[in-house]
Design a protein around this ligand. Structure first.
Ligand code: SAM
Length: 315
């Protein structure tokens, strides 16, 4: 289960929040840590052991390391991970490690300061790079880099990112641009498809081969034949993976969603704040999971701009 702790972010990625109006939630609407932990406890009793904190930018909740240690202590929770843009990691990495965070995914779409600024509307590439170093120094292993690929922007960055990841022993994952941007500028022509990304990498860095049985959730894994590590691609648009998807998402305002492209979610916060029982929460979990799509390609949801942009769902 991916748990969004805020819909706010300190950067303005064009494919997500963007630079326009964003209508952030007032603080009172965000789940409090105790509420998140209660949902996690109910979920863990139902078998949901792996949690990932996300947002918005999860490190904007400055005591998020406390939430990590609270979640680590929930019976049945086997792993607490985080996805972050890395801009605040330099200061947070040791605290997160001490709190018991298992894994970090860091989003980085470009190694060129200019392209980074163009994509995020912020001049913070240096901070992200220092954040990655700090995470490695703090002892995090298997750090993943997430890069959104957008046609016309990312082609020039793909090889730089692939070389960087090989050099620094980071696991790189390219994600196809999904129609989840606030500005609704997404169009099929802007999607740089997984197969095109793989072709670009192979042309420069040599052949890749699929890693057998390595479809865990969304990413398809490939390995360099020369032993130089692995590369993942998330083909959410060109080849939806509903039949492998085991994700649930808890939004910052307490809606449980069974798909990034779902039209709505189960309102756990209403139950929590009305003094509802754990059984009522269990019912909502079961309803949500029961309605999860089983097969890919049933509809065009993954090609249709969503009502709710990524930062309001929890990426
Ligand atoms: N702020 C954190 C971060 O940047 O990693 C966590 C939240 S962010 C919404 C999570 C992931 O969603 C990031 O890797 C981001 O690149 C990805 N993302 C956001 N909008 C996307 C879109 N329209 N298509 C594909 N991936 C997207």
């Amino acid at each position: 289960m991916r748990i969004s702790v805020t819909d706010r972010c300190n950067i303005r990625c064009a494919y997500c929040i963007g630079s326009g109006a964003n209508g952030f939630l007032p603080r009172s609407q965000l789940l409090r840590f105790e509420e998140i932990v209660r949902v996690a406890r109910v979920g863990a009793a139902l078998g949901i052991g792996k949690l990932r904190l996300t947002g918005g930018e999860p490190l904007l909740r400055s005591d998020v390391d406390q939430l990590v240690s609270m979640l680590v202590g929930v019976p049945g929770v086997t792993e607490v991970d985080m996805t972050t843009n890395g801009t605040l990691l330099e200061c947070f990495a040791p605290r997160l490690k001490a709190a018991g965070l298992s894994r970090l995914n860091i989003s980085l779409d470009s190694l060129s300061p200019e392209t980074f600024r163009q994509l995020t509307h912020r001049d913070l590439l240096g901070r992200v790079l220092r954040g990655i170093e700090a995470a490695q120094e703090a002892g995090f292993r298997h750090i993943k880099l997430n890069a959104v690929a957008i046609r016309g922007i990312s082609e020039s960055q793909i090889i730089h990112l692939a070389r960087f990841a090989r050099e620094k022993q980071l696991e790189l994952r390219f994600i196809e641009f999904m129609p989840l941007d606030n500005a609704r500028r997404w169009q099929p022509e802007l999607v740089l498809e997984a197969k095109q990304i793989l072709a670009l990498v192979e042309a420069e860095l040599g052949p890749l081969e699929p890693v057998a049985g390595a479809q865990h959730g969304p990413a398809r894994q490939y390995r360099y034949r020369d032993g130089g590590g692995t590369l993942g691609v998330v083909s959410a648009v060109s080849n939806p993976f509903c039949d492998h998807c085991d994700r649930l998402r808890l939004t910052a305002d307490g809606k449980l969603r069974n798909c990034l492209f779902a039209a709505c979610g189960e309102d756990l916060r209403a139950v929590l704040r009305a003094g509802g029982s754990d059984e009522q929460l269990v019912d909502l979990f079961q309803r949500c999971v029961g309605a999860k799509k089983l097969a890919r390609g049933r509809d065009d949801a993954h090609l249709t701009p969503a009502d709710r942009p990524m930062h309001k769902i929890g990426g």
